[in-house]
Write a protein that binds this ligand. Sequence first.
Ligand code: GSH
Length: 364
Amino acid sequence: MGGYTLYGAEVSYFTGKARAYLDWRGVAYKEETATEQVYRDIILPNVGWPVIPVMKMPDETIVQDTADIMAEVERREAKAPPAWPEAPLQRFVSELLHLYGDEWLVIPAMHYRWTYNEDWAYAEFGALSAPALSPAEQYEIGRKNGARFKGALPVLGVSDATIPGIETSYEAFLADFSKHLEAHPYLLGGRPSLADFAFYGPLYAHLYRDPASGKLMKRLAPKVADWVERMQAGGKDGDGKLLDGDDIPETLKPILARQMREQWPALVQTSALFEGWAAQAEPGARVPRALGDITIEIEGRRGPAKARSFPLWRLQAALDAYDAMDADTRARADALLERIGGEALKTVRLPARLKRENCQLVLA
Ligand SMILES: N[C@@H](CCC(=O)N[C@@H](CS)C(=O)NCC(=O)O)C(=O)O
């Protein structure tokens, strides 16, 4: 049997997330750059669409989606402590922050990359796709490949109307996260867990590593840059434990409150469009990547975005964690939700369930 192989890229958000998890988990794996050849020979035939990261398991099974990769490695390795916190309120909060890191911090990550690091990104994209070519040839390839990613900006809701709000929000997020890091080395205490891996995707691959963005982070939030570096080193510097008593750090509440203000309304609009789509679809039908148009609002700036369906999948995981709680935990969760402006999560549910099949999101 072979070992684990992670196909991805240093510039890639979700490869960063998977890598941080694997390094913390301490499993032996190799990382291979997703060149054009890797897309052609491994990713497209097994996954069906061009996406990274993709993980080959020791038995050659191919897994896509970082949550599935992590869950599969957790299952195979059965190591302690687990990446998903066991305490029920911490698990729920982890899934909320997972949803935020994966599906909302992508907005500042992509905005800063393509507004302030565009040429650099083209060179990087070209170098990883065609490592043997000259820098000029790589730049041309990078422009072509990068166009697909830059093209995601309007889908995410990055526009002239929203950019000032995105920047205000990101800077405030950095301030809130810095305050948290003064009190705790990681999001839920003395070791990384699910939410840290999800935050690392944007905060490393784009917002730390892209040169102009990294400069901004180091200037405004050196503690966050330090967290990135500690995560990069495997996240082993804390006391190895999450907070006792299923506690949620006080300093996470401003971050969660921001998520409720900004991301929740987008999810509610997306869920309403999903309802219309699901009413016409059969179980097993592939959910379209976008379900229509929504309006997002960030720090008072409103603008159009696409109703991306994938965030509903992460939301379902968070709601499932809430619904699995016993009465005492639920009372603590409800008090937290009231504090962060998230009361709606007590009762609002997705109109239909989702599941994953063959690396795709489908109607359950
Ligand atoms: N939910 C997926 C997202 C993966 C993803 O969006 N990867 C990006 C690179 S960081 C990509 O390849 N995107 C191509 C696309 O969305 O078309 C995961 O967690 O693995």
